[in-house]
Write a protein of this length. Structure first.
Length: 394
């Protein structure tokens, strides 16, 4: 499996650095949320999330508005990698693509096997299917040079494809009743954005202004509002503008917007999302909750499902000759990364909130996510910490 060099490699290094540092900050804010939710500040914490600022509650501002910017960045990363990066050819997409597919299907099947008899609970089948790239890369960053760069890039590519799958799942399965009039309005705005792209408009301002209108229509349509971020990302030009033919590719509208979003998303939006949604009170919780089908389905899906789905897909492709292991990576290291894919935190929490309105069910989902992600992260770190490193001939 070959990896891009030069400018693309520089972009990937910036991406990996931002995601790794952001992942560590996300860990800290999520832990803080749990501590606050189980302290004397708990009532203030929960009531402040439900207080309103204008037309939306604080939690909806975070989950519907700010997370649209997170999805915008996800969409930009997907587009850049598909057109000009690690996923720009089918050969490069094969290994992370099939690993991501296996890592989505097997966790869903495991979750369903625990909850098939409960029609309400089974609606959360997609919760353990997502990998949290920030958390996973944050753990990898703690290992330093013990993990080859090729494996970090493989994980990033896998998680980006995984994010694309999560976006499709949210759009198809976790949207409300559809308002066709608003959906038509969103389609019209999207068409205008495509027109701007076709005319190679290089200024970001018209895209962002129309993107806000697109968000409003999507929000009113019943499709989850964050999908507007992905749709907007697809229309941002990757090519240089004709007005500056001497400029480097790094100043394309897409690169400018992506680089502008990385730090706010990694160091503010995602940690804020973690703080607003990870807080779960343990008051009145008994050990029996941890073995309920919903909790177990989420935890087992993340830990066992991701491990089996990702590692099994890589093993199958490599053994059949359709792909090669990432350069300098050993099988034990691939297994460790497969375990890290079980850290589903941000996207899993997001899907869990969409799947269930009942706070009791949401708490059980959070317990499952915390348990599965914690065990997957610790085991993945331990495997990678003590793994043999593969040496390649020079």
């Amino acid at each position: 499996m070959s990896f891009p060099t030069g400018r693309t490699n520089w972009t990937l290094r910036r991406f990996l650095d931002a995601e790794s540092s952001g992942g560590i900050l996300l860990m800290l804010t999520s832990l803080l949320a749990i501590l606050v939710a189980n302290s004397g500040l708990a009532s203030s914490y929960f009531s402040s999330l439900q207080s309103y600022i204008g037309p939306l509650s604080v939690q909806h501002w975070v989950n519907d508005v700010l997370m649209a910017l997170f999805f915008l960045m996800v969409g930009l990363e997907i587009k850049r990698e598909v057109l000009d990066g690690q996923l720009s050819s089918w050969a490069r997409r094969t290994l992370p693509g099939f690993a991501a597919l296996g890592g989505m299907l097997v966790p869903a099947l495991i979750f369903i096997s625990f909850n098939y008899s409960d029609p309400q609970a089974v609606h959360g089948w997609a919760i353990p299917s997502a990998t949290d790239i920030a958390f996973a890369l944050g753990v990898l960053s703690l290992l330093g040079p013990r993990v080859p760069t090729s494996l970090k890039i493989f994980l990033a590519a896998l998680a980006i494809i995984d994010d694309l799958g999560a976006v499709v799942i949210i759009a198809l399965f976790y949207s409300g009743g559809i308002s066709w009039l608003d959906l038509a309005g969103a389609a019209l705005v999207f068409a205008v954005l495509i027109g701007l792209n076709r005319r190679n408009v290089g200024s970001l301002l018209p895209y962002l202004l129309l993107g806000a209108v697109l968000w409003l229509f999507v929000y009113r349509s019943g499709v989850h509002a964050t999908i507007a971020g992905v749709l907007l990302a697809l229309t941002i030009p990757l090519k240089r503008t004709p007005a500056k033919p001497e400029a480097s590719p790094d100043v394309s509208p897409l690169h400018r917007l992506e680089l502008g979003l990385h730090k706010p998303v990694a160091f503010f939006i995602v940690p804020l999302f973690g703080f607003a949604n990870a807080g779960v009170s343990f008051a009145g919780i008994t050990p029996a909750v941890l073995v309920e089908p919903l909790t177990l389905g989420v935890a087992a899906g993340l830990f066992f499902g991701k491990m089996i789905g990702v590692f099994g897909s890589v093993w199958l492709l490599v053994k059949t000759g359709f792909a090669e292991l990432p350069a300098a990576a050993s099988w034990s290291q691939v297994f460790g990364v497969s375990l890290l894919c079980g850290i589903g935190f941000t996207m899993s929490l997001f899907i869990g909130l969409l799947a269930f309105d009942d706070p009791g069910l949401q708490d059980r989902v959070k317990f499952g996510i915390l348990a599965g992600s914690l065990v997957a992260g610790l085991c993945g770190y331990a495997v990678l910490r003590f793994s043999d490193r593969r040496k390649i001939a020079t």
